[in-house]
Write a protein that binds this ligand. Sequence first.
Ligand code: PLP
Length: 477
Amino acid sequence: MDVDEFREFGKAAVDYIADYFQTIRDRPVLPSVHPGYLGELLPKEPPQTGESWQEVLQDVDRIIMPGLTHWHSPKFHAYYPTAHSFPAVVGEMMSAGFGCVGLNWVASPAYTELEVVMMNWLGKLLGLPEEFLNCSDGPGGGVIQGSASEVTFIGLLAAKEKKVKDLMAQDPTLKEADIKGKLVAYSSDQSNSSVEKSGLLGSMPMRLLPADKEGKLRGDTLLDAIEKDKAQGLIPCYVVANLGTTPTCAFDDLAELGPICNRDNIWLHVDAAYAGTAFTCPEYRYLLKGVEHADSFNFNPHKWMLVNFDCSAMWVKNARYLVEAFNVERIYLKDQHKGLAPEYRHWQVSLGRRFRALKLWFVLKIYGVEGIQKHVRHQISLAKYFEELVRTDDRFEVCTSSMGLVTFRLEGDNQLTKNLISRIQERKNIFVIPGQFRNKYVIRFAVCSRLTERSDVEFSWKEFQSQADEIIVSKIT
Ligand code: PLP
């Protein structure tokens, strides 16, 4: 494909995406395909000779489009949002177009430099303490990772190395393997699956402690668990606090958990994967109280901040713990500018780095702070509106409502709500998933798409009501 053909293909692809977004509201949210459908439509072997880009686009329309779940449909209310915006799409396209890999500063200076500036912008936008920022005088800094899961895992590995170093500095007779075998991590039973997984990947038992009635991990619960482990000769090492849990968007109290961690030199990591974006609005920053106790902080612009997947922002108070833990040098990676810019390859698992900062920059530049705040406030107001609608119908109960997430259920036996979700999912007009709240089976309704409006919320609510009518009639008859 030459440059002229690329121009035509690229423009046609942009038109295709634009058309898709203009029609997305009218499409059933869930596809009607069966497992294996795609293999039946494609030849068993790759084409012997190349095909035209027009044929490729036709295939996308014929084979791929029918198998898409429309995450950006205004009627998609499952999981948490995954972000999308046209500035970010163009940022992705340009990053792929440049095709560089940011191994170190010299491998593409703009990669590292833009990331440093973006992480400063973003940290200030959220109101994080200065010491987390690259622009502070201290050893703190921010980096863009691929996912919150990676960040939690990297935090755990850094915490492990730090703990081993600290203990061996206090008592040089200790053996690294003995210390590592005794390390323990903690989070709440409301934390995301990725938190438990970080413990599995990092070979550190992750205690999932019971959250309180509001879904928060309380200080006395944590303290209790820590004391019990210490009494057994174990070494508390890592705590993951949640700002915005996956089941109900509950917020742990950092001001309560932080001093407990600091007292025992336990690494405190904050997982604000979804809700972190809300801190762009000053009225939600009270939920950050106590963040100065944290060692690392993470949120996903790729969830709620209009930056397409993947873009997960991580800050650490002391980047030396990452660099020292993950530094593997080779002659081919040497850079004469060492020490003048962060060497981000030491802050992550992979060696190669994508230019994720570009799409983040495009979003911040084109939306501006006010545009992002407007988006967040609008989505929260839509969730509030949905909550009000649910409260008008006494067959339903609202269980929780926080940020852009409402959990609710049909009054009575859990089976009624299960039946309701099954019916809704079969009809494919809207998409929601179940959750659990205090042993109750609930429906999670998240405002996900940036296209969602009040009329879409009303549409979804009518869908719930009409299917509840059917279920309740069939229960009576
Ligand atoms: N943490 C929380 C609170 C989440 O809600 C999620 C995903 O929804 C994650 C972590 C995992 O995010 P990622 O897909 O970026 O690993």
